[in-house]
Design a protein around this ligand. Structure first.
Ligand SMILES: [Zn+2]
Length: 395
């Protein structure tokens, strides 16, 4: 499926509704929330007319004084829907999707929201593309919540989108010379499920024999799929690493494949965010051998790790997936590197080893800051080889 279908739907569930009495309180909260994006509340009807003006108004004059109390209730503002986006807490899917739509609305010259596919349960998989439409750009892929319980990944990815868009006119050209393909919630069914039923759900919501067993989407990509037996993934549906019945059996992984392979710009960087091991890892996951670009990927990873350390003092280890974790077969990064030929393909395992998947909300913004520094450093690094080759050709 191509990603040319532009999103038009706006979710309205799970919102904070505010009646007249609490609207002032809500406005205070909105004012207090810095660096936040929100959907616009329905405009409050101004009741600036005095009682005298009401009475003198042609329309209302017929209702004069004895009905004035009956007029007053209609002057109350309608119940409003407020969807706040910030990085002080974890948000539900509708808030994330509204945030993306708002960015597109506020920055139409550089932002476009696409629906790149539908989940198993029929939810939109939404992608925000940020681009100045320069034909010479390279592309960068960012995704979060392929594993639904890893909520910090969605927070970080949305923060990066917000940062890039709002600072587009003043940030480094190594950021603005890229087309950013950003999918904050790659596994929307699982993400909703972690908010409503089971906080620790990892997989998508695929049914098998009438049971919701789920497929581990990060074992469902084609490269290295199903090898190494039960070590790198599982053929058992109830297993947490269940790889699915075939490569790309799932619409969520298929959406990544189709979007990346049909993109008009060549991808240079693929970053898939996970938690909680504090690692920067790269191919291979399906075997122990180093990948052909091991040293270059190690260097790029080290540059990110250094930026993180200098920002927050947290040490992220860097290495190949198998070296630092275990066999992981059918991952998105092995696929993006080997099949989509994206030279800088990384999985970034965010915080935290201490709290595992349940990172305290107080650490969201710090995690966002450190990863912002890492991504900026990587963008500079990946532009260097081009500069070096230009210098060589000029000399
Ligand atoms: Zn994960």
């Amino acid at each position: 499926m191509s990603y040319s279908q532009k999103s038009v739907s706006v979710f309205s569930k799970n919102v904070i509704t505010s009646s007249d009495s609490s609207s002032e309180q809500s406005e205070k909260i909105m004012k207090k929330t810095d660096s936040c994006t929100q959907t616009r509340p329905a405009r409050r009807r101004k009741s600036t007319l005095t009682q005298k003006q009401y009475i003198s108004s042609g329309t209302i004059q017929r209702c004069i004084s004895k009905n004035i109390k009956r007029i007053t209730p209609s002057e109350r503002p309608k119940r409003r829907k407020i969807l706040l986006m910030d990085w002080k807490r974890f948000h539900k899917l509708d808030v994330i999707y509204s945030f993306m739509n708002e960015l597109e609305k506020d920055f139409p010259a550089i932002c476009t929201v696409y629906v790149i596919g539908k989940s198993v349960e029929g939810r939109d998989i939404k992608m925000l593309k940020i681009s100045n439409s320069n034909a010479s750009n390279d592309a960068v892929w960012l995704d979060g919540s392929i594993h639904s319980r890893e909520w910090i990944t969605t927070a970080v990815v949305t923060y990066l989108a917000d940062f890039i868009v709002r600072n587009f006119q003043k940030i480094s050209t190594s950021i603005t010379n890229k087309d950013w393909y950003i999918v904050p919630v790659l596994n929307p069914d699982g993400y909703v499920y972690t908010h409503t039923r089971d906080r620790m759900w990892r997989k998508n919501r695929r049914r098998h024999d009438d049971e919701f067993v789920g497929v581990d989407l990060n074992r469902n990509f084609s490269f290295g799929w199903g090898i190494n037996g039960e070590e790198g993934s599982s053929e058992i549906p109830n297993n947490v690493f269940y790889r699915g019945p075939a490569p790309f059996s799932e619409p969520e992984s298929t959406a990544v494949r189709d979007t990346v392979l049909s993109a008009p710009t060549p991808f240079k960087v693929f970053l898939s965010f996970h938690s909680y091991y504090e690692l920067i890892i790269f191919p291979w996951g399906y075997k122990t051998d180093p990948c052909p670009d091991y040293l270059r990927l190690l260097e790029g990873g080290a540059i990110m790790a250094r930026a993180i350390f200098e920002n927050s003092g947290i040490i992220y280890k860097v290495g190949s997936t198998k070296d630092l974790t275990y066999y992981a077969c059918g991952t998105s990064t092995d696929w993006s590197y080997a099949i989509a030929k994206i030279p800088y393909s990384y999985m970034i395992e965010l915080r935290s080893k201490k709290y595992k998947f349940k990172l305290p909300k107080e650490q969201i913004i710090e995690t966002c800051y450190e990863i912002k520094e890492a991504v900026q450093a990587l963008m500079k690094f990946v532009d260097q080889p081009t500069q070096i080759s230009k210098n060589l050709s000029n000399s």
